[in-house]
Ligand binder design. Sequence first.
Ligand code: YH5
Length: 284
Amino acid sequence: MTSLLLAGGRRLDLAAPAVMGVLNVTPDSFSDGGRHHLLDDALRAAEAMLAAGAVFIDVGGESTRPGAAAVSAEEELRRVLPVVRALVAQGALVSLDSSKSEVIRPCLDAGAHLVNDVRALGLPGALQAVAAGDAAVCLMHMQGDPASMQRDPHYGDVVTEVGGFLAARVAACVAAGIRRDRLLIDPGFGFGKTLQHNLALLRGLPQVAELAGGLPVLAGLSRKSMIGALTGRPVGERLAGGLALAIAAVEGGARIIRSHDVAETVDALKVWQAFRGAGPAGEG
Ligand code: YH5
């Protein structure tokens, strides 16, 4: 089985699962020494993740954690564009974590390879902005919006609802001219989901993927509240739980794991890959 992803002129073989490193370019993520330091710190963090084996760097300037405040497109662009430019210049594969067309367009012009949108290109102009270029896109499911999504999430059957939503967004992308080999899907762990919803989605990952047309799945589980709910640990102590969830996700067919802890996740996936019998990554 070959699963190739076309991402802004680059071709990515997802036969072995890849790690996407999280790079939050928000003032609360780094030392508050002003814009220049924010860029400097972000590039240093990206470099470390690339050295540790990250395939994508996911650059985000809007916090979408539960209850986080909204940020203007102007501010978001000011944060992420210099980082996207610098990483593209270094030859890195760059993912842009954004939903706004005013951010997406300039970042695609700057050479970003993937648009990772927690709103699945649902905001005005976002679908057109991606369709105009050749970048890949990750379509994620979210119930509600970040400010209120964790208040009281409800589903009939979470697996069929999430799969159905993703199928509809895939259809919208294809209708807009985005080829299927540019698409990734993501059930959106923690985005308007209880612990039981998250566990049902993790168990039902193959079914979610099938409902959405068999596209490659990206899973973001690193440090999330479901680990806190299962272990009682605060956000800084969720590495082991996150690795267990990453392995569960690749067992369910996930091809890209989004993580804050790249070196550890790369190691865990190498070990899993050997267990699977495919040999170490790169040896086929
Ligand atoms: C994702 O799953 N997640 S941002 C809450 C936490 C810890 C981490 C309470 N962007 C995803 O990482 N993009 C985010 O502790 C994402 N998939 C995709 N595609 C939320 C996050 C986090 C939230």
